[in-house]
Design a protein around this ligand. Structure first.
Ligand SMILES: *Cc1c(COP(=O)(O)O)cnc(C)c1O
Length: 396
């Protein structure tokens, strides 16, 4: 049977794999040989499920948005990941990986972060599990995202500002990999999205797949059938989208729409629409689509949303695009901002700027009145209030 899931070698079609320095081969191989059995074991499932329920607050509601449905002429459900502890979907993944780290006897946790959201989610579970936590963050981002740095420090993490390159996410990632190379025996590297060398993309997708597992049950209860006509999610590295579509990947009745960040427009030179603008290359240990110049140098992406401006994309999503299983739409800054205000005024829900890109895709799809649409609200907008207020003042 044709499948869009990972194969035994860690590839999705021609994307994926594990391209890591020699010194990490052993580490990555151990992880490859360990993760699936642990994730499927009864003790892991039990610990994971209890924490998702009692600590994160799952299941997250599937909310029928009546006014949004009316506006777009179909039935729109919102999957409310914004209601999770720490305000987004990222905690699902960090809880799973820290349980795996503990199982593997690791004592020291490292992570990289751009906007700081993954850093906070990692520092949170390290506090919970009483583990040492070191977060690499570009110096530029440390200055831009001060509130998240303060949260990580309050949670007991050590935030290391990275001063190489542009001092942003890609440089922080390089530094985290360097650290892992130096401490392969006692250190576990928590990656925050469906990126990185195999097995990370598959592992993160599986940990986030609780989202589509719940959607199935909730739709069956509310609609009498366990699948929607459309699934819509935003993509940075691709983890909330992977979780949303995981159990529907091979069910072609379900159309998949992925919203990437158009920035100032995909032709503007200031964009983070990696799937549409990227070329095949290797980033972060994975063969995927990469924003790069003619010499293969990684290009700095741009988006108003800090969580979406990553120059790569998960290999799952690169393959979904190449095989046309998914429709990829670019949603520009302005469209996302308008969509955030629209949801806020229609439903009283202030979404994260990242999630606003998924909402901005609604306007670009032609729905039939009987269509059932599930859109994942990946996070809440508290962290984006300054941007929203600036936009409001500008458009007044
Ligand atoms: C980090 C983040 C994203 C983007 O990451 P994915 O791995 O693509 O899901 C989206 N939404 C929110 C709220 C985030 O914090």
């Amino acid at each position: 049977m044709k499948t869009y899931q990972v194969d035994k070698q860690g590839y999705y079609g021609e994307f994926g794999g594990a391209y890591v320095p020699e010194i990490l081969h052993q580490c990555v191989e151990t992880l490859q040989n360990t993760y699936a059995a642990v994730l499927e074991s009864e003790t892991f499932r039990r610990d994971f499920d209890v924490l998702l329920r009692d600590y994160v607050g799952r299941p997250s509601p599937l909310y029928l948005s009546r006014r949004l449905s009316e506006k777009y002429g179909c039935k729109i459900y919102l999957k409310r990941e914004d209601l999770n502890h720490t305000g987004a979907h990222k905690i699902n993944n960090t809880i799973g990986q820290i349980l795996l780290a503990r199982h593997m006897g690791k004592k020291r946790i490292i992570a990289e972060t751009g906007a700081g959201q993954h850093g906070v989610a990692t520092a949170t579970v390290c506090a919970l599990m009483n583990m040492e936590c070191i977060v690499y963050m570009g110096k530029t981002d440390v200055e831009r995202q001060h509130a998240n740095v303060q949260k990580m420090e309050m949670l007991g993490a050590k935030v290391v500002p990275v001063t190489s390159g542009n001092m942003t996410l890609k440089d922080a990632t390089n530094e985290a990999i360097r650290d892992w190379c130096c401490h392969p025996a006692d250190t576990y590297y928590i990656i925050g999205s469906t990126v990185g060398p195999h097995p990370y993309p598959d592992m993160v997708a599986r940990l986030q797949s609780v989202i589509s597992e719940e959607i199935k049950k909730q739709l069956l209860e509310q609609e009498g059938r366990d699948y929607p006509d459309y699934l819509i999610a935003c993509v940075g590295g691709g983890s909330n989208a992977a979780g949303t579509i995981y159990h529907y990947l091979d069910d072609e009745r379900v159309k998949i729409v992925l919203a990437e960040a158009g920035g100032h427009g995909i032709a503007s030179g200031e964009s983070a629409a990696t799937i549409q603008l990227g070329k095949k290359g290797i980033i972060h240990g994975s063969r995927t689509l990469v924003m790069q110049n003619e010499d293969g140098q990684i290009e700095e992406p741009y988006s108003i949303s800090a969580g979406l401006d990553y120059p790569g994309i998960g290999p799952i999503h690169a393959n979904l695009s190449a095989t046309r299983r998914a429709t990829i739409l670019a949603v520009d800054d302005e469209e996302a901002l308008d969509a955030a205000f629209e949801l806020t005024r229609l439903e009283g829900i202030i979404p994260a700027l990242e999630s606003a890109h998924a909402l901005g895709a609604l306007d670009k799809v032609t729905f039939k009145p009987e269509d059932v649409v599930v859109l994942t609200v990946s996070g809440r907008g508290d962290k984006d209030m300054e941007t929203y207020i600036a936009h409001k003042n500008k458009t007044k």
